[in-house]
Design a protein around this ligand. Structure first.
Ligand SMILES: Nc1ncnc2c1ncn2[C@@H]1O[C@H](COP(=O)(O)OP(=O)(O)OP(=O)(O)O)[C@@H](O)[C@H]1O
Length: 327
């Protein structure tokens, strides 16, 4: 049995910067901290460019060439992933940590059949014999609802429909039975029916004890699937809470704006209200709270000088002194 206190992945104070061509550093992830627990899902939400993908790519150590983790820790299975060698990371990625991305075409090798990809994946990680690998691969395709897996295993990714390809990618991520699954917009490119089926698959994984990080723009998906959520703005976590509390009673002015401008709200018949302005250029971040130029509650001088994340209740934190003084 695992309790809420077991931490599967503990990310502390993660900072990642890009070296721009003009020499200016750009801090895309700025002091991010969160925990993921076994059998629980954490949503990472925020506008485009807020640092969600770079956060998980930093943990997996699959960053663009110009980016570098400049500080922080990522504890997983008694190790700090940020201090391991590339060889050690290769053993962890795809085996102990599975990955699912928005586009299966990006994640799969178009020149190999599903059979080669799945069996080689298992064999490379030394998880079974060649004879067992095929059996496990067929089983994994069947488990994700691919009909006639014995036959489909001989196809190439491009011969499958988008929904089937997405399932095959999930099969590949699940076949090693990872302790942690990182899913970056796994349902964005598929229709609503496939989306529901994929979420059911991921829910099965969660029930079997896998911890999940789900990056999503879809607050409805976060609500139905994720236990906890962190909201990112301009590379920082501005609010964290159990997902339902966060969505039903958002506290940080940015979270309030994000929810007000979301399709989830529009779908409930309420008017969409976009947040005025746009996120800052990360190489010229405003002093203090990065959201203050867009915030209707901003006041001088405090919002221009500080942004500290503070407790606002059990399991809840917000990086806004106005919210903490309301509490
Ligand atoms: N290849 C890159 N080169 C330079 N800067 C980059 C690159 N990729 C990302 N960035 C910077 O990092 C920031 C965070 O990017 P990231 O991809 O993590 O955002 P995101 O929240 O995942 O957005 P989206 O929801 O659109 O995927 C961006 O705003 C951008 O400034």
């Amino acid at each position: 049995m695992t309790g809420r206190d077991d931490v599967l992945l503990g990310v502390r104070n993660l900072r990642t910067a890009f070296q721009r061509s003009d020499g200016e550093p750009l801090t895309a992830v700025d002091g991010v901290t969160f925990d993921v627990r076994p059998g629980q899902a954490l949503a990472i939400v925020g506008e485009s460019g807020s640092g969600k993908s770079i956060t998980v790519r930093s943990v997996l150590r699959v960053l663009p060439k110009t980016a570098r983790v400049t500080s922080g820790e990522a504890h997983f299975g008694g190790r700090d992933l940020l201090t391991l060698s590339e060889k050690e990371m290769r053993r962890i990625r795809g085996r102990e940590i599975g990955m699912v991305f928005q586009s299966a075409m990006e994640a799969m090798n178009p020149t190999l059949t599903l059979e080669r990809q799945l069996t080689e994946h298992l064999l490379w990680h030394g998880l079974c014999t060649k004879a067992e690998a095929r059996k496990r691969a067929v089983q994994a395709l069947g488990d994700v609802g691919i009909p006639e897996p014995e036959k489909r295993i001989r196809t190439y990714p491009f011969q499958l429909s988008g929904g089937m390809r997405q399932r095959a990618m999930i099969a590949m991520a699940m076949v090693t039975r990872p302790a942690l699954l990182i899913a970056d917009e796994p349902t964005t490119a598929v229709d609503v029916t496939v989306q529901r089926q994929i979420l059911e698959l991921l829910a099965g994984l969660k029930e079997s004890g896998t911890g999940i990080i789900m990056i999503t723009h879809d607050l409805g998906v976060a609500r139905s699937f994720c236990d906890d959520a962190v909201v990112m703005y301009a590379g920082r976590v501005v609010e964290r809470a159990p997902t339902r509390e966060l969505l039903d009673e958002p506290r940080h002015p940015y979270t309030v704006g994000l929810i007000g401008s979301s399709v989830e709200v529009g779908g409930r018949g309420l008017p969409l209200a976009p947040i005025p302005g746009s996120p800052p250029d990360l190489s010229r971040r405003p002093e203090g709270c990065s959201f203050h130029p867009r915030c209707s509650r901003a006041e001088r001088p405090r919002c221009h000088t500080e942004q500290e994340i503070l407790s606002i209740g059990p399991g809840r934190q917000a990086a806004c002194w106005k919210v903490t003084s309301d509490a």
